[in-house]
Ligand binder design. Structure first.
Ligand code: FPP
Length: 245
């Protein structure tokens, strides 16, 4: 947690509802995704303004590959376009942008844009913006297990060295703190294979707002919800109150 215990250090968001937003307006699904980019911008601004240190966005899951080919292809095009348009501005605002996920599955021009955006913003010291593309929580844990098993087989580590901390270090978010707050828009109440390991103790905030309608005001409402939670990490309420009094 930050010095201000009521502001989450790390916020993760499942941005859901773009398709329904478009359907309500008799627009193609892609119009919803396009409009969703504006909400990404607002979430980044709001996170920066409140002093959130890390913002992780679920932009495309391992399972999203099974959407219609045209939707997948347009989404990938939208990521390329958004990177092209937004990176200079993020850089000016001292945001460090990074991607997590199976980038070897992405098209070459997107991989290039990602690498160049990461390089351009790598020394920035402000908000860390993590974008999950082709990401799945189970995939992430399996990759970590595979790497640790490989090292054990090679004799670089012993099986006894494999513990919580060792697994966490091998995950895509590395040594970043776990999300304090998960926001899911669009009315569903599930985790959908997002950061399975990291969400163990996160506060979960579900709202019905469709992602393209999620702006600064809705972000503030999620932070208000967080500020009212008492995080116990397995302790009793009395133990927590004794420490904080
Ligand atoms: C889920 O809504 C949304 C996605 C799968 C795509 C999210 C992508 C963006 C918001 C575009 C911009 C992102 C970045 C990082 C530039 P859905 O399509 O599942 O909506 P539905 O449940 O209403 O069908």
């Amino acid at each position: 947690m930050t010095a201000n215990d009521h502001i989450p250090e790390h916020v993760a968001i499942i941005m859901d509802g773009n398709g329904r937003w478009a359907r309500k307006r008799a627009l193609p699904r892609h119009a919803g995704h396009r409009s969703g980019v504006g909400s990404v911008r607002q979430a980044v601004e709001a996170a920066g303004k409140h002093g959130v240190k890390v913002l992780t966005l679920f932009a495309f899951s391992s399972e999203n590959w099974s959407r219609p080919r045209e939707e997948v292809s347009k989404l990938m095009g939208l990521f390329v376009e958004a990177l092209q348009r937004e990176v200079d501005d993020l850089h000016r605002n001292n945001v460090r942008l990074e991607f997590i996920g199976a980038r070897e599955r992405l098209q070459a021009n997107l991989v290039e844009k990602i690498a160049s955006a990461e390089e351009q913003t790598s020394s920035n010291t402000g908000l860390r913006l993590m974008v999950a593309v082709a990401y799945g929580g189970r995939w992430d844990i399996a990759q970590a297990a595979k790497r640790l098993a490989g090292r054990a087989v090679d004799g670089q580590i012993s099986v006894d060295d494999i513990n919580d901390a060792a697994v966490a270090r091998e995950l895509q978010l590395g040594d970043l703190p776990d999300p304090d707050l998960l926001i899911r828009t669009g009315g569903e109440r599930r985790i959908s294979n997002f950061l399975l390991w990291h969400l163990a103790y996160s506060e979960l905030y579900f709202c019905d707002t469709l992602w393209p309608d999620f702006g600064a005001e809705q972000f503030d409402a999620a932070l208000d919800f967080f500020a009212q939670r008492q995080r116990r990490y397995g302790h009793t309420a009395e133990q927590i109150e004794a420490v904080s009094s």
